[in-house]
Design a binder for this molecule. Structure first.
Ligand SMILES: NC(=O)c1ccc[n+]([C@@H]2O[C@H](COP(=O)([O-])OP(=O)(O)OC[C@H]3O[C@@H](n4cnc5c(N)ncnc54)[C@H](OP(=O)(O)O)[C@@H]3O)[C@@H](O)[C@H]2O)c1
Length: 325
């Protein structure tokens, strides 16, 4: 099968499309023929080893010392079940699904095996494969952080970095949970963020949300420009700061924030199959739809990586795989 492979850390050009062995499903697994996948900020970090401050020394231990242990990136996919491993009864050949192997990646390929009892769910019928492929990375991050923050209807939520992969998901999910949502992005993306449901939009090139006197119950930082030191004055009593992007030291901010009655929530997203089911239900009900910036064929995946590396993609970058005949 064809796959996008990287055998050393570095710029987008370290990725090459090559023939590799097609996987065979083990007992309890399904083999998925992939129609679409995404290149996310997570792929950029794993490929380039550009990590938030303080995490650099840990990454090689997790990803591989000197070269990546898993040479195929891609944390999410959508496609069709082509074969079932022994004992699988929950899916049938031909089922249309999306899956989120997450940090174990391997989705930039024509096929991937996934545990049938693991992160794979039937595709919402109203989404294309391209849209379904982009459901999980931002969506699961949004659900996990909002759950950890115990978001309640009527709360004021500010999403810093509202036009990115995670931000576009969190604006929609925040609205779904009944929050009053303010999105912070560059002026060119204001219309997009408003179209996703944001009640207010702040152009960070013109206005500073920390200086407008407004207090928020939840501030989400996906851009790394709203750490506790900057955001604390904008958090209401009982407010929570969600550091989707934070450095190692931010993991200790919860201690610093305790005495002020505010909470800092940081660290990696926990990946749950139930969250994928929730995202599928929301999509089916028309309440959540991944925004796609651009779509590239697998053969042009280096271009897709370049767009993600720019740090300015809007929502999601999708890669289509194979032909659908
Ligand atoms: N904790 C976790 O488990 C977890 C999970 C997922 C992602 N992440 C991290 O979260 C970060 C965001 O991920 P992503 O996929 O959303 O990235 P992304 O799609 O590249 O989006 C980043 C967004 O940041 C915005 N931005 C840039 N400078 C800004 C500023 N000064 N103020 C406000 N917004 C600004 C950009 O919008 P404009 O173009 O409008 O400026 C862009 O849309 C990444 O660093 C990723 O590694 C962490």
């Amino acid at each position: 099968m064809k796959a996008a492979v990287y055998e050393r850390y570095g710029p987008p050009e370290v990725v090459e499309v090559r023939d590799v062995e097609k996987p065979v499903p083990k007992a309890g697994e399904v083999l998925i023929r992939i129609h679409a996948t995404t290149v996310t900020s997570g792929d950029w970090r794993m490929r380039s080893m550009e990590l938030p401050a303080g995490f650099g020394f840990m990454a090689p231990l997790v990803l591989g010392i000197g070269k990546p242990r898993q040479p195929i990136l891609g944390s999410e996919l959508a496609g069709e079940i082509e074969a079932l491993g022994a004992g699988v009864t929950s899916f049938q050949v031909g089922d249309q699904v999306f899956a989120f192997p997450g940090a174990s990646t391997g989705c930039h390929a024509e096929y991937r095996c996934v545990r049938a009892a693991g992160p794979v769910v039937k595709k919402p019928s109203n989404l294309s494969f391209e849209e379904a492929a982009a459901l999980s990375f931002g969506g699961a991050t949004g659900l996990d952080f909002f759950r950890r923050a115990a978001l309640k209807a009527g709360e004021r939520v500010l999403v810093n970095g509202a036009s990115g992969g995670v931000g576009t998901a969190m604006v929609q999910l925040g609205k779904h949970f009944g929050a009053e949502v303010t999105g912070v992005c560059s002026g060119g993306n204001a219309e997009l963020v408003r179209s996703l449901g944001a009640d207010h939009v702040i152009d960070y090139t013109k206005d500073d949300f920390t200086k407008n006197g407004v207090l928020y119950d939840i501030i989400v930082d996906t851009a790394g420009t709203a750490p506790y030191s900057r955001s604390k004055g904008s958090l209401a009593k009982g407010g929570r700061l969600l550091l989707v992007l934070g450095d190692l030291w931010d993991l200790f901010s919860p201690l610093a924030s305790l005495w002020r009655g505010r909470k800092v929530i940081a660290g990696p997203t926990s990946e749950r199959v139930d969250d994928l089911r929730t995202l599928a239900e929301l999509a089916e009900a028309g309440k959540y739809k991944p925004f796609i910036d651009r779509t590239f064929p697998l053969e042009q995946i280096v271009e897709a990586h370049r767009l993600v590396d720019s740090g300015r993609k809007r929502g999601n970058v999708v890669v289509t795989v194979g032909s659908r005949s």
